[in-house]
Design a protein around this ligand. Structure first.
Ligand code: CP3
Length: 345
């Protein structure tokens, strides 16, 4: 993998090389807080948008053109792997993702398919369209859901507040949980390798709901599979970012899975997390996204406070602790990005 990017700040920071300022991108940077997203969304279903490479590319490019971020992230969803494995996935407005055939028994688990990467070819096509449109200006980030988080959607049949069924499965039927997790992990390896072949410049693994787990369960059911994925993908020069909510607790364990970057939620002192990690592991984060609702002077002060805290550390990517909420004012997002781009160490 050769990068040849005009703006390679994100790749440099991810590999803990010096940068003149932190690179900036934001989770959910292409989404409902943008009027231009709704212009597209009102014409297609969410899954149509993900599965039509030209549309996925149009949406991926919105924050590139309107916000001037330092990296694009492919427009898709973490649940496309589960759909390819046999999950009957739908997204309904206001309900979120739903699986009509949740995985509840051994026979449900055995029915999950693993030779499925060909069904995800539309993602490779979208990557190629985006890479062509970016013309080497900034990196493109590919991604996948981590096995534990994807399992939680398959088992619950959708989003969950308390992950009760998921935890019951882990506690009462650990062998069945491991069977499902291993299948998802194997699909994820193929899927991320496909994205690397198609040309992504960086990857992020989303283990959004690991926060729900106790330390030992995180280690056994989440960490172990993320480490497996990071060891099996053909990383070459492609840096890998490990995200979870709960990273302010799990960061030391996450680092032992050997990502290049740990993405940190907003609860922690980012400098403290960074100083606790082995040399050469970068951090990403960790502004509380709710700050973006506040007055501009507050937004500016909070960002500069974070930068002051991180001064003198290589290996820092600015991001939010989690995704942009749909009702955050667009103008505030753009303002935050401008503040980062004006800053110099
Ligand atoms: C847990 C999770 C999902 N999907 C994703 C995660 C991990 C990130 C995180 O922790 O938030 C990942 C994701 N989902 C989406 C992206 C695109 C890239 C980006 O801009 O970050 C990414 C990286 C688009 C999306 N994925 C989804 C939307 C909204 C779709 C719509 O327009 O209705 C977008 C833009 C739908 C989705 N997809 C998922 C949920 C829970 C929902 C509903 C969310 C809600 O209603 O607030 C599953």
């Amino acid at each position: 993998m050769t990068h040849n990017l005009q703006n390679d700040l994100l790749v440099r920071a991810a590999f803990s090389r010096p940068t003149e300022r932190p690179p900036v991108w934001m989770m959910r940077q292409a989404g409902r807080f943008m009027k231009e997203y709704w212009d597209i969304k009102n014409r297609y279903s969410f899954l149509e948008m993900c599965k039509t490479p030209e549309i996925a590319a149009d949406v991926t490019m919105l924050p590139v053109d309107l916000l001037g971020i330092d990296a694009a992230i492919l427009f898709s969803d973490i649940l496309v792997t589960a759909e390819a494995m046999g999950g009957q996935l739908s997204f309904e407005q206001g309900v979120g993702p739903q699986f009509a055939n949740p995985v509840r028994s051994r026979s449900d688990a055995e029915a999950l398919q693993t030779d499925v990467v060909h069904k995800l070819q539309y993602v490779a096509e979208a990557i190629k369209v985006v890479k062509h449109r970016l013309q080497g200006s900034i990196p493109l980030i590919g991604f996948a859901g981590a096995p534990f988080t994807v399992l939680s959607y398959l088992v619950e049949g959708g989003s969950s507040k308390d992950f009760k069924r998921t935890k019951l499965l882990l506690h009462n039927e650990p062998e069945l949980a491991h069977l499902i997790l291993q299948k998802i992990a194997d699909v994820t390896v193929d899927y991320l390798n496909m994205q690397i072949s198609a040309g992504v410049d960086a990857l992020q693994l989303f283990d959004s709901w690991a926060l729900a787990l106790a330390w030992d369960d995180y280690e056994a059911f989440a960490h172990r599979y993320n480490a497996y994925i990071f060891s099996k993908i053909d990383r070459g020069g492609v840096p890998v970012i490990s995200f979870c909510k709960g990273s302010s607790v799990f960061a030391p364990l996450m680092a032992t899975a050997k990502p290049d970057v740990v993405s940190v939620d907003w609860n922690a002192d980012l400098r403290h997390v960074k100083d606790g990690l082995p040399e050469g592991i970068a951090v990403q984060g960790n502004l509380d996204p709710f700050v973006l609702y506040a007055d501009k002077k507050v937004i500016k002060a909070k960002i500069l406070q974070l930068f002051e805290r991180m001064r003198g550390t290589d290996g820092f990517i600015f991001n939010l602790g989690h995704g942009i909420m749909p009702d955050i004012p667009f103008d505030n997002v753009r303002y935050a990005i401008d503040i980062v781009k004006e800053f110099r160490y």
